[in-house]
Design a protein around this ligand. Structure first.
Ligand SMILES: [Fe+2]
Ligand SMILES: [Fe+2]
Length: 180
């Protein structure tokens, strides 16, 4: 019994030091693993966001809406990369911002219907993003900012993190309630 306890303590110590010996980069790498899956998907056309299993939430109507938004963000990225006119980029941003409320409404309706416990958290995330988009749109229209790589990075990061995180978790719950 004594030897068993001693070996257990030794084992816990080894585990603890093995984790401490990881560099901050290794730890960040582990946290970011789900997102890497997104960029590891085949990308023959060099698209900004590539659809992959990491973005699949399991509910058809939500996947279709996500794919549409991803496609619009990719198109906006192409306009930025090709140095297209400010008007062309502004029109594409307007399209994205016009499509997002319908998508959020779809998700929120399904979460309400199934009494999802994280409905309010998700609603808050949606409304924060909407507010940021509206502020961005106003700045662009007032000529105070332009649609550049910084804007693209903001849209890409929010979308991929939100879809592969809270949306995927919500999707798993909706599927368990029979929604596909
Ligand atoms: Fe979503
Ligand atoms: Fe969402």
């Amino acid at each position: 019994m004594k030897y068993f306890r001693l070996s257990l303590i030794l084992f816990v110590f080894i585990l603890f030091f093995a984790n401490c010996s990881k560099s901050p980069e290794q730890k960040i790498e582990e946290i970011q693993k789900p997102l890497q899956t997104i960029s590891e998907a085949p990308n023959p056309n060099g698209q900004l966001i590539v659809w992959s299993e990491a973005l699949n939430v399991g509910v058809a109507v939500i996947n279709t809406q996500h794919k549409n938004i991803v496609s619009l963000v990719n198109q906006l990225n192409n306009l930025v990369k090709e140095n297209k006119s400010a008007d062309a980029k502004e029109n594409m941003l307007d399209k994205i911002i016009a499509d997002v409320p319908e998508h959020f409404a779809t998700e929120e309706k399904l979460m309400k219907q199934t009494s999802y416990s994280k409905l309010l958290d998700n609603q808050q995330l949606h409304s924060d993003f909407t507010q940021k988009c509206v502020e961005l749109q106003l700045k662009v229209k007032a000529g105070k900012t332009e649609i550049n790589t910084e804007v693209i990075t903001f849209l890409k990061d929010w979308l991929t993190n939100h879809v592969s995180g809270p949306d995927k978790e919500m999707g798993t719950y909706l599927v368990s309630k029979g929604i596909k």
